[in-house]
Ligand binder design. Structure first.
Ligand code: AMP
Length: 390
């Protein structure tokens, strides 16, 4: 059960609503690249407009150090204008007189997009003064930014101290899917974890060892486990500082944690490097693991095919290089084909499923990598905790 107030719990007619969206999208030469996150916000925006509200939207974009036009939300506001049937204007600051005047002039049915919240240092410090200034722009606050929910910043957490604070449809949906998968999964519950570093996912593995029936490991993070088992790893990416914890997790997990049985190695970290497939064994000097091999994919595919719930976060190899992307794309196929409840989170695994054209064959593609990892760790999301209880 979702314990926070949702859109249905509030009458938004003639209200000015501050909506924290996640418009942290990739910009390509000043134009919106992947628009997934903008489209994901539309149901909430359209619902609120249909209720007769006016909308003030705020978001961060990238990691600017102070005001930096490269990280302006103006292109995102212009892009939103092409997607939604409502007038969209833009304010060149997210607080202060410019934002206040523009917000005060809004009519029901209109949208104002504020400039990047991270242009002010107080945003990331969750400064109460900037939070109060955000709140002064509206009558009610809606948080729909799942992708930022693992951060306690002024525009998603601090602001909730000053206004009625309600969950948007995207936030609600994301939390329902992943929360349900973790708390009461249809079994077998299979987690697939990849990506570069094991150190980023230690908390996730610890928590999932108490919940999942199988954890399938791929990507660079498998290397650290192999090293902990004693294999010479050649020039593979290994986190020496995580070897003790890798050993501890291996001991604890037993058969629950599965590592690749074959790997694709390369003689350079390069898209055009010479490559070989080998059963997992000592990696020769001068070579490094860049992908999982076909037998691993077949084995992992079988586990996924018989699963009741699958959660996948992180690529199986250096999927940016087409020659070393086979493992990741084959796994994307296996997840898409599975009749399990399937949830994909994390930028790279989401990119892989999108590039495969299979996104509509998984149950849920998450818009938040960090936030979904934090849920998998079993930790509370500050962006959710700050909202009003039902
Ligand atoms: P993360 O940010 O931890 O999710 O890791 C994603 C990155 O891990 C991607 O950029 C991949 O290229 C990288 N990666 C995956 N497998 C390997 C590997 N075997 N060696 C080095 N990097 C890898």
């Amino acid at each position: 059960m979702f314990e926070k107030k949702t859109l249905k719990d509030y009458d938004f007619s003639n209200k000015r609503v501050l909506v924290r969206v996640d418009f942290n999208v990739p910009l390509d030469a000043g134009r919106v690249g992947d628009d997934t996150r903008i489209r994901a916000a539309l149901p909430t925006l359209e619902y609120l407009l249909a209720q007769g509200a006016s909308l003030v939207l705020c978001s961060h974009l990238g990691r600017p150090k102070g005001v930096d036009v490269q990280f302006s939300l103006r292109p995102v506001a212009e892009y939103l204008d092409t997607l939604i049937d409502a007038p969209v204007s833009f304010a060149e600051d997210c607080i202060g007189p410019m934002a206040e005047t523009a917000a005060a002039a809004l009519q029901a049915g209109e949208i104002l997009v504020l400039e990047n919240t991270r242009f002010h240092a107080g945003e990331k410090k969750n400064d109460p003064e900037i939070a109060r200034q955000f709140a002064s722009l509206a009558d009610v606050f809606v948080n729909d930014a799942f992708g930022t929910a693992h951060r306690a910043h002024a525009s998603n957490v601090g602001v909730a101290d000053y206004l009625p604070a309600i969950a948007g449809l995207l936030l609600e949906k994301e939390i329902q899917y992943l929360g349900q998968a973790i708390a009461d999964p249809k079994r077998p519950f299979v987690a697939i974890l990849g990506g570069a570093k094991v150190s980023d996912k230690i908390g996730v593995i610890r928590n999932l060892l108490t919940k999942a029936d199988a954890i399938l490991i791929g990507g660079g993070m498998a290397n650290t486990f192999f090293r902990a088992e004693g294999y010479p790893m050649g020039d593979s990416l290994v986190e020496e500082t995580a070897l003790d914890v890798a050993r501890e997790l291996l001991d604890k997990a037993g058969d629950q944690l599965r590592l690749p049985i074959d790997v694709v190695i390369a003689n350079a970290f390069d898209a055009e490097a010479e490559s070989k497939t080998m059963g997992m064994d000592a990696i020769p000097d001068g070579w490094r693991i860049l992908d999982v091999g076909p037998e691993t994919i077949a084995g992992y595919g079988k586990v996924v095919a018989s699963a009741g719930t699958v959660v996948w976060n992180g690529p199986m190899g250096v999927f940016e290089f087409p020659n070393f992307a086979k493992g990741t794309f084959a796994l994307a196929q296996a997840v898409a084909k599975s009749s399990a409840l399937t949830i994909i989170g994390g930028g790279d695994s989401v990119a892989a499923i999108n590039q495969s054209g299979l996104a509509d064959q998984v149950t849920h593609v998450s818009t938040g990598g960090g936030a979904s990892l934090q849920m998998l760790e079993g930790d509370e999301l500050p962006g959710l905790a700050a909202l009003d209880d039902r």
